[in-house]
Design a binder for this molecule. Sequence first.
Ligand SMILES: *[C@@H]1O[C@H](CO)[C@@H](O)[C@H](O)[C@H]1NC(C)=O
Ligand SMILES: *[C@@H]1O[C@H](CO)[C@@H](O)[C@H](O)[C@H]1NC(C)=O
Length: 215
Amino acid sequence: MYSSIALAIFAVVAGLISSIAATAAGADTPATLTWTGEVVPGNGTTNPTGDNIQDILNQIHVTHPNYDATKATSNQKSTENDEPGVWKTFCGVFATADKRNLMEIQYDLRMAGGDCTIPARTCLRLSCWNTSGIYFCNDNDYQVTIQCAYVADFASYIGTQCCKSDFTKSKGISGQAFSALGWNVCVGYANCNHPADRDAPGIFIPPGLNGECRD
Ligand SMILES: *[C@@H]1O[C@H](CO)[C@@H](O)[C@H](O)[C@H]1NC(C)=O
Ligand SMILES: *[C@@H]1O[C@H](CO)[C@@H](O)[C@H](O)[C@H]1NC(C)=O
């Protein structure tokens, strides 16, 4: 799906064991997000599928334009109630996202609420705007289901731990936060105009047009 040259450059630049390589979706197995949640509390769950959370929100907003899980009175039920926490984090390992846009794309995950399910051995660009992305990557041989807001928590954690320079010094941010359960969350450059299942964050050469990761 992406060239070994890009991978090699990534490995040199990032010095990171390429768990990304194992997580990239194969071209013949398009990564698809399944969202599970109650749009109207008490009215049953729905399971729309889409390219990313913005796609899901657009689908929900057709019939429920005011839907916003952050404003809902009853919490979404989740299959993954125990938050396992961030196991380890690597900062500055990808071409960067924009710090301000990261706030927005993690908020979209909170606004959606519900659960996000991705297939086995997939790295899905879960939330994307302009040139910034949150990627949800699953190294397991089975699909994983996580509260979408919990993926946002991991992205926010990267936001607090990585590339801590003031926005005026550099707006770039990237990082990868691993859970202990075989999945991880990446923040980095994304081209939201690309088809959803074509990119993993490691294919872009740092720092990219959002600037370098600076502490
Ligand atoms: C509740 O679900 C039913 C069946 O899916 C749907 O027709 C109805 O519009 C929903 N109610 C609300 C308030 O969205
Ligand atoms: C999208 O990102 C690029 C690169 O950071 C930036 O120059 C551009 O202004 C952004 N577009 C919008 C609409 O924010």
